[in-house]
Structure formats: C-alpha cells, structure tokens
Design a protein around this ligand. Structure first.
Ligand code: C2O
Ligand code: CU
Ligand code: CU
Length: 528
C-alpha cells in the first residue's frame, strides 16, 4: 500500500512539473523551433479552400449508393508541395471527390459502402447522426485493409452540420490527424427558409470552416507521433489550418456571411472572435451540433471544443470595409490539471503550441459593396423543450487514474464491456462531473442528440459567456452531441432514448479529445 502510494505521488509530481513547464513556455522541444505559420498578420496569402463541385471538399448531393474509399493520397498542404495524407475518396459521375461534403435531405435513405484501402483497421462514424448500432461506426465493426463495410440508414436528423470521421479503436486520433474527416450536411424546410431569407449560397456566402491544428514537418506534411505527455494532454499543433489551408484568407462581400465552423482538431479548444483592429465584432450564433437554434444569440466570443460545431452569422456591414477582419482564437487559460482555483490567465509567453494561445485563424477581406438588405431572422426554428428525466439521474465522473489514464467513472474502454444500460424510450439526465484537478474534456455521445440543462462551477472564462442563469453558453440553447466540461465543472444534460430501432443497440460516450479517446476515455452504453 505504502509503496503504491509513493509511486503514484512521484508520477503525479513529474506530471505536474511538466504541466508547469508547459504553462510557462519553458518546454524546450520541436514546438519551440517550429514557426507558427500564421504568426504574422498580413501573411495570409493563401486563398481558403472552398467546397466546389469536385476535388477536396467537393459538394456531393447524395441520392444514389456511394462507395467511399479510405486511402493514402498525395495532396499539397503548403502550395506546390504534395505530401502523403489519408483521405476519403469518392468517384461519382466521372468526378473524384476527396473528403466530400456529403449533402442530404432530412429523411433521405442512404446506402454507403466504405472500402478500407489503408493498411490498418478503420471504420466510418457519422458524428451526430441518429442511426442504429450497426450503422454508427462503432469500433467493433472496424474492418481491415481491403475489406468493406456497408451502411444503410435513413437520415432521421433535422438539418445541421454533422461530420464523418474514422473510429477504429486506438487509431482514431492518427487517422483524423492525417486527414480523414468530412462534413455531412443535412437540409430541411427550416434550413431552406433560412437560406432564402438571407440569400445564402453554399461555398460562397455559407462557408464551412474546418479548424484543425497540426504540426507541419520539414517536407510540408503531417506526422502523428504524440509523446507520452501529448497522449495525456491531447496533441496540439502550432499551425491552425482552415479547410486544410494554412494561414488562409477569404474574400467576402459586404453583407451577412454564414460560417459553419467545425472544430476538427484532435485536442485543441478555440475561443472564437472576429477582430478588426482592436475591436471585437459581434456575431450571431444561429446553430450548433444538432442544427439551428430557435433564435440567434448575439455574442463577441464563443468557445468551441473538439468535434463541436458553431453555425454563425457575421454581418460585415458593421465592419470597416477598408481593413481585414481576423477570425481569431483569443488567449484563454487552458486549465490543464490545475484544479478549480485557477492561477489567472496565462499571458505573455504563448508558444502557439499550447492550448489557449492566441491564434489568428483566417483573414477576411471585405470585397465590394453588396446590394443587400437582409436581416437576421427573428425566429430560426422550433425546438421542443428539453425533456425532463423520467429515470434516475446518472453520474459520470471524469478523472485521471493512478496509471495516468483518463477515466469515466474510474473505467476505461473495453470493446466488449457495456457498463451502462438504458431503456429505450426513457428520458434521463446525465451529470458530467469533471475532477477539480483535471483538464477540459469535450464529452460526446453517439446515437442521440441532447440538451444542456445547466453548467455549474466552471472557470470564470466560461461562466462569463453564460447567457442565462443556468450557466449555458450561446450554442447550448440547441441540440448538442458534444459538450465541453471544464475542470471542477458539472454539466447536466437531458437525453431522450427514444428511437425506432428494435433490439439492443450499442453506442458510446467518450471524450472527443482524440488522444484521450484512443487511450480509452470511452464507455459503451446499451439501449435495450
Ligand atoms: Cu466524432 Cu465517437 O466521435
Ligand atoms: Cu460521434
Ligand atoms: Cu478528455
């Protein structure tokens, strides 16, 4: 007993010292030498990659059965330097798509064959979709190279910006990091009404922004080699790419522009703001993981954790036309393993390689005065009230164990163990409670969208963004599938386990910090 105690204490002390170095920027290593690509304002020379009619992020309206091939490709990240990446490739109508934006109508029936052409296991997960266990991309269905997996499901979700990515256990972080991820956009009448009301055109004035931080190596590509510390904290790179474009600019007309932002990073969180000179421009949060809110919420900043989506409107008519607007992640305290007391915002020595560093993500140049007289609609959609639990509340405690693994209720993932069983059709309140001495965990649930009921004991930087007495942030007035839980914080969410699927269905709850997930911060739950 005493011996074990000593070992644990020593391990903790070592880890603590590393956190301190990390916080104060003393961490000498590759991240000190690598220059953040976006370090210099004005260096945003590359046009943002936008979804076109084919190629990378090409828009594919899904109506017929598709085959999606997971494979290694060569594609440039830095201009003129093709590098190996992993991607989803689709051949359709004589065109080749890479990581296509799959666009479907709510209610559509889908048939997708995933063919794994990698030399390791993989499987596609449709993040946020309300599907049965066989179609969810659970890691137990991962297939080896050369093998295919067939999906067949009806898109039951309302309109929203969903996404798809690999989910083989232990390899998710690597495969996403090396390039595999795409958007899955669902449309319905409410969504079409919004597009009409604001005259939005996808890829032009309705623009997806996939935020991904990477460490770019000397040949201009990515490598996935997290250190022991990076596995524990999550891998954070010093360069943030938007739509796989480093230091991009976007030319926008002088009108309302919609951005559908996906945090596709493995671990990094962002505190998003639009900045012109010293001024923060207000923007409207109109939607989140599970689609539109009822009403737009005006903000000047919002956090977005790994896997979350923020659907926003920016009215550039309120901006000065002569100067660029920067989409930034403002500095924040990453709250890594420091407990609830906090040590104040860490300032001055941001290395870019740390979560919480101030980062410039995208430069928006205002081009031309548009003839545009639209306004943000007063009402966007209709949401049912959040359901109140009919079953007993369930507590999920997030903490580091003695082996320095992140756990949920002291457990880590075992493929064939299902520690949670819920009744089909039941309504439950799940209480996500992070340890005081912890780090932020973006908790994600498969198979069901949920509603955030309250957020308590969070750090000041998140409490400050609350929009109501329950501590909810702007996006938390809508349907969510991922929610960030800060150290010391308790987040209550409401789930309704109604679905039309017979028999037992197995899903998962996990942390979407992909290094945490791959290390087992994930549990099966069964709906029975
Ligand atoms: Cu996007 Cu199980 O995750
Ligand atoms: Cu998911
Ligand atoms: Cu985590």
């Amino acid at each position: 007993m005493a011996v074990a105690g000593v070992v644990i204490a020593a391990g903790t002390a070592g880890g603590w010292a590393w956190w301190q170095r990390r916080r104060t920027g003393e961490h000498a290593g590759h991240d000190m030498q690598a220059m953040p690509l976006a370090a210099e304002a004005g260096a945003f020379a590359t046009p943002l990659r936008l979804p076109g009619t084919d190629g990378l992020f090409g828009v594919l309206d899904v109506s017929v059965p598709l085959t999606i091939v997971g494979k290694t490709i060569r594609h440039p990240i830095l201009p003129g330097k093709p590098v190996p990446l992993l991607a989803y490739e689709v051949e359709h109508d004589g065109k080749t798509f890479l990581n296509p934006v799959l666009r479907v109508r709510s209610g559509a029936a889908l048939r997708v064959k995933f063919r794994n052409a990698l030399d390791e296991m993989s499987i596609v997960h449709w993040h946020g979709l309300h599907v049965d266990g066989n179609n969810d991309g659970h890691p137990r269905y991962a297939v080896r190279g050369g093998v295919a997996y067939d999906y067949q499901f009806t898109v039951a979700n309302r309109a929203g910006t969903y996404w798809y990515h690999p989910h083989p256990h232990g390899l998710t972080g690597k495969q996403v990091y090396l390039g595999m991820a795409g958007l899955f956009i669902v449309e319905d009448d409410e969504e079409r009404a919004l597009q009409a009301a604001l005259d939005l055109k996808f890829g032009v004035t309705d623009v997806p922004l996939i935020l991904q931080d990477r460490r770019i190596n000397s040949s201009g590509g990515f490598e996935y080699e997290p250190s022991r510390e990076e596995i524990e904290a999550g891998l954070v790179g010093e360069s943030v790419l938007v739509n796989l474009t480093p230091a991009p600019h976007f030319n926008a007309p002088h009108r309302i522009v919609r951005f559908r932002i996906l945090n596709g990073s493995n671990a990094r969180n962002y505190r998003l703001a639009f900045v012109q000179g010293e001024q923060l421009l207000p923007y409207y949060v109109i939607g989140t993981d599970g689609g539109l809110l009822e009403r737009a919420v005006k903000v000047t900043e919002a956090f977005i954790s790994a896997a979350e989506r923020l659907d926003i409107l920016l009215d550039l008519r309120a901006a000065d036309m002569m100067r660029p607007v920067m989409l930034k992640s403002l500095a924040f305290d990453p709250k890594h393993n420091e407990g609830g007391g906090g040590r104040g915002a860490h300032a001055g020595h941001d290395m870019g390689a740390m979560d919480g560093a101030e980062l410039a993500l995208l430069q928006i140049n205002i081009r031309g005065r548009a003839n545009y007289d639209k306004a943000v609609p007063a009402r966007l959609s209709t949401l049912p009230p959040a359901s109140i639990g009919t079953a007993a509340d369930r507590l999920f405690k997030l903490a580091l164990d003695a082996k320095r693994r992140w756990t949920i209720n002291g457990l880590t993932f075992e493929m064939n163990r299902t520690p949670i069983t819920v009744k089909r059709g039941s309504r439950e309140i799940w209480i996500l409670q992070n340890a005081e001495r912890s780090m932020p965990h973006p908790m994600h649930i498969h198979g069901f969208q949920f509603r955030v009921l309250s957020r308590a004991n969070g750090p000041e930087q998140i409490a400050r963004t609350a929009t109501d007495g329950a501590g909810r942030c702007a996006a938390e007035h809508g349907w969510k599938d991922t929610v960030l839980v800060w150290p010391g914080e308790t987040v209550r969410i409401a789930l309704d386990f109604s679905h039309p699927f017979d028999g037992d269905q197995v899903y998962m709850i996990h942390c979407h910090n992909l290094e945490h997930e791959d290390q087992g911060m994930m549990l099966n739950f069964k709906v029975t």
